[in-house]
Write a protein that binds this ligand. Structure first.
Ligand code: FMN
Length: 161
């Protein structure tokens, strides 16, 4: 799928069939994440791909609808980088678009603002000094929601606000 088409098509998908996702597709998705822009090119991240059903069952306490995801990608950031939130967010958006391009549904699930961040870090073996920016469930879509977006002419300004 062409890049602009995938960007247009991307929506937060929260219903999955439960089918597994081939490892090479998950690698492609993480690869898209690691290629994102980062402040000073620090690339202050690690990505944990969880496919084990038992672990998915434990992570789904954050959001029951993740139950049938084929995988959950935990985005782990080094907060010593000044731009860790921006860097990680760029990686997440790349992964959402890559998932769409490959025909999967995905959604951004809050992580570092979650009360469960510390519990999830322990569960996933994340070092204490790192932060869990977000969890990104990926799945074969059981539905593709539509979500209204502000029209371009409402948000686009030429030359001045
Ligand atoms: C920073 C951020 C945090 C989000 N956290 C959640 C979340 O915790 N749970 C959830 O279901 N969706 C979450 N979302 C998805 C948004 O609800 C979704 O992007 C928004 O409603 C627009 O819909 P769309 O993604 O289909 O365009 C989050 C999105 C962002 C960017």
């Amino acid at each position: 799928m062409e890049a602009l088409e995938a960007i247009r098509k991307r929506r937060s998908v929260r219903k999955y069939t439960g089918d597994p996702i081939p490892r090479e597709d998950l690698e492609k998705i993480v690869d898209a994440g690691r290629l994102a822009a980062t402040g000073s090119n620090r690339q202050p991240w690690d990505f944990i791909v969880v496919t084990d059903r038992k672990m998915i069952d434990r992570l789904k306490v954050a959001a029951q609808w993740m139950e049938k995801a084929g995988a959950i990608i935990a985005v782990v950031m080094d907060p010593s980088s000044r731009w860790w939130v921006e860097d990680g967010s760029a990686a997440v958006e790349n992964m959402l678009i890559a998932s769409t391009a490959l025909g999967y549904g995905s959604c951004w699930l809050e992580g570092y603002t979650l009360p469960l961040e510390e519990e999830f870090k322990k569960l996933l073996g994340v070092p204490r000094e790192k932060r869990l920016l977000t969890l990104v469930p990926i799945g074969v879509p059981a539905e593709w929601p539509t979500k209204e977006k502000k029209p371009l002419e409402e948000v686009l300004h030429w030359e001045k606000y």
